[in-house]
Design a binder for this molecule. Structure first.
Ligand SMILES: NC(=O)c1ccc[n+]([C@@H]2O[C@H](COP(=O)([O-])OP(=O)(O)OC[C@H]3O[C@@H](n4cnc5c(N)ncnc54)[C@H](O)[C@@H]3O)[C@@H](O)[C@H]2O)c1
Length: 257
């Protein structure tokens, strides 16, 4: 891969393990020359993320941040500022909904499950982008992860689909606010990938085989393909692209039946 991100500094939210989409995109950003700083959600994930980050060099900065807590975001950004005067890239690859909300009927979603799903999966993009924006004085690229359940009904995706719709709308409003500062904000709408979060969705393995049968490419996507789109959006190749949701889904979303 060419070093199109040489000299860039990126902040990566959302690595849990080596199957994480955030890890796929982080690897591609690093191979393209970016230096990275990672968060981890809590003590449970600390060792995993530290080990993975260390593959880019033992000094790769890693710090805790639960995106549902403003004080965590402020502390994490202070940590980032202690490591770099400037941030060019921000990856938000974070989502959560209580397990019971991802099975059964959407109709039964509780007020609390709705709140939590939207707080962690959509509002957190606004919160971390606002916290990072002052460090993006020279412009930058923010990338978040969405799914087709934002637009169409995908059985069991339920409240997460509604939260992804809020996320995609947030991408458009953030793009408008930050455009004059040369900060671009985009979402990648990914086809299903077998990750920790995905396994929380009931019937997830049926989704994988459904895509294999029905998507134009007749296969599922890879982390490398998400990484390549992440590099495109982060690099000058994507210089004129903002506020968009781009599909890396083997073409599934173009099908009518
Ligand atoms: N896997 C898929 O099929 C798929 C498809 C489309 C979009 N996505 C999206 O990709 C993103 C990454 O998910 P993934 O599939 O790589 O799963 P993952 O489990 O590897 O990553 C989810 C991450 O969210 C983090 N997270 C959850 N709550 C958090 C909180 N309160 N504070 C900080 N971090 C928190 C977890 O620690 C984890 O690192 C999510 O937004 C997901 O909705 C996934």
């Amino acid at each position: 891969m060419s070093r199109v991100l040489e000299g860039k500094v990126g902040v990566v939210f959302g690595v849990a393990n080596k199957r994480s989409i955030a890890w796929g995109i982080a690897q591609a950003w690093a191979q393209a020359g970016a230096k990275l700083i990672f968060n981890y959600q809590g003590e449970r994930l600390k060792e995993n993320v530290e080990e993975l980050a260390a593959t880019f060099g033992a000094e790769t900065p890693v710090a805790p941040c639960d995106v549902s807590r403003d004080e965590d975001i402020a502390r994490f950004m202070d940590f980032v500022k202690s490591k770099t005067p400037r941030v060019d890239l921000l990856l938000h690859s974070v989502a959560f909904a209580p397990k019971e909300a991802l099975e059964g009927n959407f109709l039964d979603t509780s007020r609390e499950a709705f709140r939590v799903a939207h707080d962690i999966s959509a509002y957190s993009l606004v919160a971390v982008t606002r916290a990072a924006a002052p460090l993006m004085a020279g412009g930058g690229s923010v990338v978040t992860m969405s799914y087709y359940g934002a637009e169409k009904v995908v059985p069991h995706y339920n409240v997460m689909g509604v939260a992804k719709a809020a996320l995609e709308a947030s991408v458009r409003y953030l793009a408008y606010d930050l455009g004059p500062k040369k900060v671009r904000v985009n979402a990648i709408s990914a086809g299903p990938v077998n990750t920790l979060a995905a396994r929380g969705i009931s019937g997830f393995s049926a989704m994988l085989s459904h895509y294999e049968q029905h998507a134009p490419l007749k296969r599922n996507i890879t982390l490398e393909e998400l990484g390549a789109m992440g590099v495109f959006l982060a690099s000058d190749g994507g210089a004129g692209v903002t506020g968009q949701t781009l599909y890396v889904d083997s073409g599934y979303s173009v099908m009518g039946m």
